[in-house]
Design a protein around this ligand. Sequence first.
Ligand SMILES: [Fe+2]
Length: 330
Amino acid sequence: MQVPSREELARSGTLEELYGKLDPIGIAPGWAKATPSLWAEPRKNFAPAHWKYEQARGALDAAGRLINTALAERRNLILFNPAASNSYGTVRTLVAAYQMIMPGEWARSHRHTPNALRLILDSDPGTYTEVDGVKIAMEPGDVLLTPNWSSHGHGNDSRASAYWLDFLDVPLVQLLEPMFFEPAEDEKGEAANNAPPTKDSPFVFPLTDTLKRLEAAVPDPTGPFATNVQLGNPAMDTIALFMMQLAPHLRTALYRSTANNIYAVVNGTGATTVDGERFEWSRGDVIAAPAWRPHCHEAAEDALLLRVSDEPVMQRLGLLRLEEAAQPAH
Ligand SMILES: [Fe+2]
């Protein structure tokens, strides 16, 4: 189709004629949009959701027989939000995955611009992540960071398969476009690293340290965040981490936030209600509380939840809003 000139556009006799001339030059009338571009408050695009470690563990054990780390790069299971047309993100900005590495395996090193962290669920001594050449020991309850562009690979010199949860800001980086990824250049160098794994690293928050900090924290069992400590300040540019300690049978205050939150159960049992949907969880489970969904928690026994949040993104962009809401009827 011929590109209309200024004069031809100016001569348009009807709106339909004008629309017909605008379309081929990539311009649309703002007063006749097919869908609105502004709305009164955040939409419910992503759904409240729950994933169970028990199921993921079964699937990972099958995957352990069926695919090796050389082929898979990472043997992981993506927790995609069941919202319509979504097949990747757990919430809008973040993705969570269960991962397993078998005895003797090495998940080769690479680096990427997305920030990543992992919460260790089950592992024996000898399991480690190598971050920028330093082997960091992975013990259950530890939280380990691999920030933007840090090189990382995973090894397991123990005699038991190791399981953990990964959290990454990949959906955010995909949206913003600055995606870069590269495999490690010299894998022989990595394999030659015979140093024992250490916890002496700024990239790990050992559970033992976190528990000590929680003991000294101001108790707030019925506040929206329960008794909690922040890991890092924030842990990474785009992701903040908080370890929440729940007291048995006390419900936290219902609240909603423009931030997206993912909760992972470090230990204990209980339930989280997200926008009216109740999810009963146990160790290793994951709950998605997408933006602006009121939610609260109640433990059946002493419990620890790791809250993984995109709050730093919302904060820096001036988009963080948070409000407590009335408790749901029960
Ligand atoms: Fe990675």
